[in-house]
Write a protein of this length. Structure first.
Lengths: 470, 67
């Protein structure tokens, strides 16, 4: 097998080959480092590359596996982290030159659990500065470029994670998601992005943006790979105050149960607003496929979802400003201009608005649970558009001009507000060859149903096998 | 007074100063314009009936979600 083939194996495939000693972690890491080197001038996915460290870790993994000390499905698997997950001794920029030389003195829980699983860190990934933006643009380190067309955005804020996974620079990356930052680049780059339930994955050692809406989650090319990652990372963490001590399923074992009998509600409101007709058609066809696979699909109305943007944005603005309060005052002039404006805006939200939003969030959460009494999953487009040119600030969709921030986050934010699990899975392409994402969401802590339906769809289609024309 | 946002320039500058921002910075114009665009869109929160709803976090620690 050649190195490009290795780079397009899934985590599951790589793990099985490594376990059977048909492939060595050294070969796998070498192939990915070559791929990174050849594509970085085009994509700019990485901020810190750890070639020597990765090769050392690969040789160690090889020795352990040969000695019969196989740790599990992530042993010897290369991965990369968005540059806001602390790794002891490795610089952590959070996507801004303000932190260009900052080196954390401890591991995030996610990084520690990857180490425990024997996975191999290739490097830290480019991101929208401070994770505060959905496009994947970065004036300090340069924008991330979409592998399907490098003139276009990757989406953000986990843009480097999206481009690196889609381009075969790594089979697995971690993103973070406060308003859609895993699912947006997942959809625009044509990969799977999974945001588990709030509280399921530890955020200890992850640079916060808005505490009550921040989620950690995996990005990969298959649903199985996200499930394997969840098995390695999930579990109560006393170091994270929001980590929940709840029962832990095996995220992989139910994947092949299919969708027969699952009740899937198609969110009416997501198709009412401005949406690219091509995206609408592709997503409608994908939902039709789920029906053919045995799901009981029906349209469902979720009236309050129209208010999710205002509620979530108010909370996010205040929390982000509180979180970066000192940074804004001291380093505001060094920040990306749009990020700076968004951060400063939080100073002008009255406390009464913040509390009203928290009360509205309670109502929204309760209504979300009511919706899920009628269905097992919700389905709709992840985004109303496909990737567009880097530098775009407004976009016309359905004869309506919209700012790109609300445009990109309108369907993802509701699941940050209620904290329910949600996934994007590739479901087709536009006429210009750009990926479209199908979003599926489930009840809190019912990640297994979300993953199961996404896996069933993925396995019935070929979209996840498409490779960008690099 | 700006009709849309309800934030007059005077109040804006007062709050900016209280927040520790440099009100002499030319950037303040961009911030004021940005707020005029953004703040009105958030006022939708006041259209909602939140009677009896308390401001709590979305999940109760240690408990499974409803099934």
């Amino acid at each position: 097998m050649n190195s490009i083939e290795i780079c397009y194996f899934s985590v599951g495939q790589l793990g099985r080959l490594i376990r059977r000693k048909k492939l060595s972690p050294v070969e796998v890491v070498e192939a990915h480092l070559q791929r990174i080197e050849s594509l970085e001038p085009t994509l700019n996915s990485f901020l810190t590359l750890l070639s020597d460290e990765a090769m050392r870790a690969a040789r160690k993994a090889e020795r352990e596996i040969r000695a019969g000390q196989y740790r599990g499905p992530l042993h010897g698997i290369p991965f990369a982290l968005k540059d806001l997950y602390y790794v002891k001794g490795i610089r952590n920029t959070s996507g801004t030159k303000i932190f260009d030389t900052f080196v954390p003195s401890y591991d995030s829980t996610v990084a520690a659990r990857f180490k425990q699983a024997g996975a191999i860190l290739l490097g830290k990934l480019n991101m929208h500065p401070l994770a505060y933006g959905p496009t994947g643009e970065n004036m300090d380190y340069g924008p991330m470029h979409n592998p399907w067309n490098p003139e276009l955005i990757t989406g953000g804020s986990s843009g480097g994670s999206g481009s690196a996974v889609a381009a075969g620079q790594c089979p697995l990356a971690m993103g973070s998601d406060t308003g859609g930052s895993i699912r947006i680049p997942g959809a625009l780059c044509g990969i799977v992005g999974f945001k588990p339930t709030y509280g399921r994955l530890s955020r200890y050692g992850v640079v916060p943006l808005a505490w009550s809406q921040d989620h950690a989650g995996p990005m990969a090319r298959t649903v199985e790979d996200c499930a394997l990652t969840m098995n390695a990372l999930a579990g109560y963490d006393p170091k994270d105050a929001t980590s929940l001590n709840v029962s832990l399923p095996n995220f992989v074992s139910g994947l092949n149960r299919g969708v027969e009998g699952l009740r899937i509600g198609v969110i009416k409101e997501f198709f009412d607003g401005p949406i690219d007709p091509e995206v609408k058609e592709v997503v409608t066809t994908a939902i039709g496929r789920l029906r053919k696979l045995g799901a009981r699909v029906s349209e469902i109305s979720w009236p309050m979802v129209r208010y999710a943007m205002a509620i979530a944005s108010t909370i996010q603005m205040v929390e982000a400003t509180a979180c970066h309060n000192q940074l804004i005052r001291v380093h505001g002039h060094e920040l990306d201009s749009v990020v700076r404006l968004r951060l400063e805006s939080g100073f002008f939200i009255p406390a009464t608005d913040y509390v009203q939003s928290q009360r509205a969030r309670t109502v929204f959460y309760n209504q979300s649970l009511e919706v899920f009494k009628k269905v097992d999953l919700l389905a709709g487009p992840t985004l109303p558009v496909t990737a567009f040119k880097i530098g775009t600030t407004e976009k016309r969709v359905d004869n309506q001009v919209m700012n790109v921030i609300p445009l990109l986050t309108q369907y993802t934010r509701p699941f940050n507000l209620n904290g329910f699990p949600a996934i994007t899975v590739p479901c087709g392409f536009s006429g210009e060859g750009l990926p479209v994402g199908l979003q599926l969401a489930g009840r809190p802590f019912d990640e297994t149903s979300v993953l199961r339906a996404a896996h069933a769809y993925e396995q019935a289609t070929e979209w996840h096998r498409k490779q960008p024309p690099l | 007074m700006d009709v849309k946002s309800g934030l007059s320039r005077e109040v804006f500058l007062n709050r900016a100063g209280a927040a520790g921002l440099n009100t002499d910075d030319p950037h303040m114009e961009a911030l004021y314009a940005h707020l005029q665009r953004v703040l009105p869109s958030l006022q939708a929160i006041w259209e909602l009936d939140v009677t009896d709803a308390e401001p709590v976090t979305p999940l109760i620690s240690g408990k499974e979600g409803a099934r």
